[in-house]
Design a protein around this ligand. Structure first.
Ligand SMILES: [Zn+2]
Length: 483
């Protein structure tokens, strides 16, 4: 353990105060997706900035412009940026987090008020919206700052902070800010940054800490098929007209096999098979097919082989069909022929797949397959959303420092994981700053981020605070820049 005992003891001695800090943050319903709550996101930004100021961080609130939502123009919440430490001999670590949260209502199925942090003393779980995503980790950094400030301990690295309030709503405004700051070089808020640390994802399970070095990308499509001028009655028109739904179902059926193999020509181009070293990582993960099936709530894994299932989740592309718009649903037996239907599906991407290239392949394939249907309906392909996949060098000192810190705090080696989903800001930092980005999760796989009864375990919060602090010391140690 290279973190000083004083720091670790401070965390133990101040656990109640740290939990109170998280409770204060959770009590501010900073829901970025709800126009009615926009003022609360601003309040959360002010609260966070005041906390940083208390511990000697130089801060600013960066306006990010406006957005159009629900017919009104709303100001975007500011990014809260900060800096502490200007020692040229030390490494400079940039920390990212988001202080906005997903919507939550008791009526969604919460057992408690989502905006009141409730500690269950028997299980050691703290329930509340944002407890784990992402207020807990941000409070972890504040706890680290408080400990060093109160103890008069110098931080082992220079720190830079970038906290945003729109992550749950597409990070509007943030990419432009990061890009323009990066262009300012040494004069910008991110000048001199040597590495980035993001705590906004989760362990694979509820047992073993994780470091995450990859994220899948995304392309999202909507196939819209139209024919009749209005919805028709099947008793009058059934059999006499080409039906859009019939064409849509046929097309959706040509995208992917039952066990997940994507049928679009060329989508797998360039993807390398896993070598022995990579396979060793998957086989050594503290994760099983049973874990996946327990999380999925059914005996439905595509294989009984651990590595196969883990690779399907983390490092291979996938295609999922999400929904059909315009179709009849509901009770009864309505005999409608829908006039226009839309089928939504998306692909999760892995390097070296690129959204633009995949988009072209998907559109070409659908156009050809649609022509083969020989229908008089018409088809339009809408491209809704795209994101690039990301993989970091997990042998970089940034990861080794986090591994050493994890072993020191948790007394076990972390799982090296790749996530099936995406955290777009990861790529924004990696591309604009050109430095290694580490995903260092605080919470467990069963925390229920975005879900009802979101929670963070007290032990993850306090051990996580120690982990974040220890990581900074390990960065200094491993790079030989210790003060
Ligand atoms: Zn998050």
């Amino acid at each position: 353990m290279v973190a000083p005992a004083q720091f670790l003891d401070y965390v133990d001695a101040n656990s109640t105060k740290f939990i109170d800090r998280l409770a204060e943050a959770v009590a501010i319903p900073s829901i970025s997706g709800d126009a009615q709550r926009r003022e609360d996101v601003f309040a959360m930004a002010r609260w966070l900035r005041a906390e940083l100021d208390k511990f000697g961080v130089t801060t600013d609130a960066i306006p990010l412009g406006t957005q159009h939502i629900e017919g009104q123009v709303l100001a975007l919440p500011p990014a809260i940026v900060g800096r502490i430490g200007e020692d040229a001999e030390k490494k400079t670590v940039l920390v990212y987090g988001h202080f906005d949260v997903q919507p939550a209502n008791v009526s969604d199925g919460w057992n408690t008020d989502p905006f009141k942090l409730v500690l269950d003393k028997d299980t050691g779980k703290m329930f509340g919206r944002g407890s784990t995503d992402d207020k807990g980790p941000i409070m972890g950094w504040l706890n680290v700052l408080e400990a060093h400030h109160k103890l008069g301990l110098p931080l082992p690295v220079n720190m830079r902070f970038c906290f945003e309030g729109m992550e749950e709503s597409g990070s509007e405004g943030l990419d432009d800010f990061i890009a323009s700051e990066a262009k300012k070089g040494a004069d910008g808020w991110f000048g001199g940054v040597d590495c980035v640390c993001i705590s906004d994802n989760y362990w694979l399970n509820d047992r073993t800490p994780a470091l995450t070095y990859g994220l899948r990308g995304l392309t999202y499509f909507n196939i819209v098929i139209s024919g009749p001028g209005a919805d028709l009655h099947s008793g009058i028109f059934g059999g006499a007209v080409f039906e859009p739904m019939t064409a849509l179902v046929a097309l959706l059926g040509k995208l992917v096999t039952q066990d997940g193999h994507i049928l679009i020509p060329g989508v797998y181009d360039g993807i390398k098979a896993a070598d022995d070293e990579e396979l060793r990582i998957y086989n050594s993960l503290d994760y099983s097919v049973a874990d996946l099936e327990a999380a999925a709530g059914g005996h439905i894994a595509v294989s009984d082989d651990k590595a196969t299932v883990i690779m399907a989740r983390m490092r291979n592309p996938s295609l999922s069909i999400h929904g059909i718009e315009g179709a009849f649903s509901g009770v009864g037996a309505k005999t409608v022929i829908p006039a226009t239907v839309g089928g939504k599906f998306s692909l999760r991407l892995v390097p070296p797949q690129q959204p633009d290239d995949i988009r072209a392949k998907v559109e070409k394939y659908l156009t050809e397959e649609f022509a083969k249907l020989n229908t008089k309906s018409s088809m339009k392909i809408e491209y809704l959303h795209g994101g690039i996949p990301w993989v970091a060098d997990h042998k970089h000192w940034n990861y080794q420092a986090a591994k050493n810190a994890t072993e020191a705090v948790y007394l076990k080696s972390p799982d090296f994981t790749r996530e099936g989903g995406s955290i777009p800001v990861t790529l924004t930092f990696a591309e604009n700053l050109g430095v290694n980005v580490l995903l260092l999760p605080m919470g467990r796989g069963d925390d229920g981020a975005h879900s009802t009864n979101e929670k963070l375990d007290v032990s993850n919060y306090l051990q996580g605070t120690k982990l974040l602090g220890s990581y900074l010391y390990e960065v200094a140690e491993i790079t030989g820049t210790k003060a």
